[in-house]
Write a protein that binds this ligand. Structure first.
Ligand code: MLT
Length: 390
């Protein structure tokens, strides 16, 4: 047996596992202290009524001989593909149903899609960014280069003509910084990708947090994008599916064999999302479902506002939160990211995510999520004020 030695090149553990380990250790040694977790972007509101009703009725179908279902189509049932298609149509994006692939979430597909690409590709990843993009490419032994996101470009790097990548990752609204590309900026990336013949892997997992209607929620709102971009989306943050698991990936026919190859990959390595979950996902796109999930999203947006106002009061520089569930702040007193993490845990037991875990440009920054309960978010912010308000 020869091991995949690329694994030696990874960080010792996945960012969120390291955070969880540190928090668990602290909790074991300080059982009387109440920890507030605003670290991993995990939702706290329950599934909405339309979704729960759909889960119940699909469970009943599965318990009935006449309506029971076994294996489904690996790429998803057409009722869900059609619901997604309609969702895009509402934004003037026309897709064919066989361009839409239902999956168990964006993270898996973002990693799995790499099966389609040769090891020899150079990959361009923004820094800082969601660690899965880098880790999955390191596992495969691909060469990764970076686009620097920093304060001076508003954490929205634009193409650099000196770089010639084959695969480009874009996450907008961005995890972790909350920055969102406007249409002109995204058009620059599309034109660049077409020019250098690269494919863009566009992560739209946070699209539903965009409040500003002028900002693009899908890369296909940009002309030419179907010729160069694959889009990933998930119901995790949109509809509280972090534990229920459902997402979708769009591979346009205009990308040539990539559509056919992705189907081939999925039919070989994936058996599809459970029928019950796909019915639940379909309910997210119903009128009732859309209304209900918007209420939940607004709840998180209110949390984001609360965090942002508190940071203002404490004079802590930050961005994000307006069109995204993440608030990206500069660690006070020039602290390093992990130093600030420890400082908060020790002093006020508030957990966030160290910016350096998202890349070298994240050093000195810190991410808070708005996915906590209102009560916990309020309490965390009161604790912040006690520690930082001058
Ligand atoms: C995050 O906190 O960045 C996300 O929850 C991670 C994920 O979606 O996998």
């Amino acid at each position: 047996m020869k091991i995949n030695e690329n694994y030696y090149n990874l960080e010792q553990s996945y960012l969120f596992s390291t955070v969880a380990r540190k928090v668990n250790e602290f909790s074991k040694n300080n059982p009387d202290k109440k920890i507030i977790r605003l670290g991993i972007g995990d939702v706290t509101l329950p599934l909405c009524k339309a979704v729960v009703d759909a889960l119940h009725s699909a469970a009943d179908e599965m318990g009935n001989k006449e309506t029971f279902r076994g294996y489904g189509p690996e790429q998803g049932y057409d009722f869900l593909q059609n619901a997604v298609k309609k969702y895009y149509e509402n934004r003037n994006v026309e897709l064919d149903t066989d361009e839409i692939f239902i999956s168990d979430g964006a993270k898996s597909d973002l990693g799995n899609i790499l099966d389609l690409f040769s090891k020899d590709n150079t990959v361009l990843v923004p820094d800082p960014v969601y660690p899965v993009y880098v880790d999955t490419n390191v596992m495969a032994g691909r060469n990764v280069v970076y686009a620097n996101a920093n304060e001076s470009n508003g954490f929205l790097p634009l193409p650099d003509s000196n770089q010639k990548p084959d695969i480009i990752y874009i996450c907008s609204p961005n995890n972790p910084t909350g920055a969102v590309y406007n249409k002109e900026q995204l058009k620059k990336w599309v034109d660049y990708a077409l020019n250098v013949k690269a494919v863009i892997l566009f992560d739209a997992a946070y699209e539903c947090f965009i409040s500003d209607d002028t900002l693009p929620k899908s890369i296909y709102e940009i002309s030419g994008a179907k010729k160069c971009a694959i889009e990933f989306c998930s119901l995790s943050k949109t509809a509280g599916f972090t534990g229920t698991r459902c997402g979708y990936t769009v591979v346009p026919h205009e990308l040539g064999e990539l559509n056919k190859f992705w189907l081939r990959r999925q039919t070989t390595k994936f058996n599809g999302v459970p029928y019950i979950v796909q019915r639940a996902a379909q309910a997210v796109f119903s009128d009732e479902g859309q209304k209900e999930i918007k209420e939940n999203i607004n709840y998180y947006k209110e949390n984001a506002k609360l965090i942002s106002l508190t940071l203002d009061e404490c004079n802590i520089w930050h961005v994000g939160g307006k069109n995204s569930p993440y608030i990206w702040l500069k660690c006070p007193n020039n602290m390093k990211s992990w130093e600030f993490f420890d400082y908060l845990l020790e002093n006020i037991q508030v957990v966030g995510t160290p910016g350096s875990g998202f890349g070298k440009n994240g050093e000195g920054f810190f991410r808070l999520t708005s996915f906590g309960s209102r009560e916990n978010t309020k309490e965390a912010m009161e604790r912040f004020k006690k520690l930082f308000k001058v």
